[in-house]
Design a protein around this ligand. Structure first.
Ligand SMILES: [Zn+2]
Length: 114
């Protein structure tokens, strides 16, 4: 069985426990789904009630998850424009930037909504 170590909880987990992420080398997020969910729950900028259908993004600095939220929330968090976040999240914009920031969409079929 293929496993991967979660960057957050350091547990070796089956790859099914990780969300897919096309920008990462192995195609998976650095954090397991559980940690993404936890992170989302505890580090949410702004109001806690986001409509469930809003697309969520994970913003990484290097391999560290900095923030999870909608484009707007990430922009507020980073103090930049919403368009910048959208650009980071595009396939051609989601290569590593000089500032080490990468933004990956969280697959909608994943249960990150709380
Ligand atoms: Zn984890």
């Amino acid at each position: 069985m293929k496993t991967k170590a979660c960057f957050k909880c350091k547990q070796e987990l089956p790859v099914e426990r990780f969300s897919k992420c096309r920008g990462q080398k192995d195609g998976l997020h650095s954090y397991c789904k559980e940690c993404v969910k936890d992170y989302h729950r505890s580090h949410r900028p702004g109001k806690p009630e986001t409509p469930k259908r809003l697309k969520l993004y994970a913003l990484y600095k290097g391999d560290t998850l900095e923030c999870i939220g909608t484009c707007k929330e990430l922009a507020r968090w980073q103090g930049c424009d919403e368009r910048t976040i959208r650009w980071y999240a595009t396939p051609w914009g989601s290569t590593r930037h000089d500032n080490g920031i990468t933004v990956y969409p969280i697959d909608e079929d994943e249960e990150v909504s709380i």
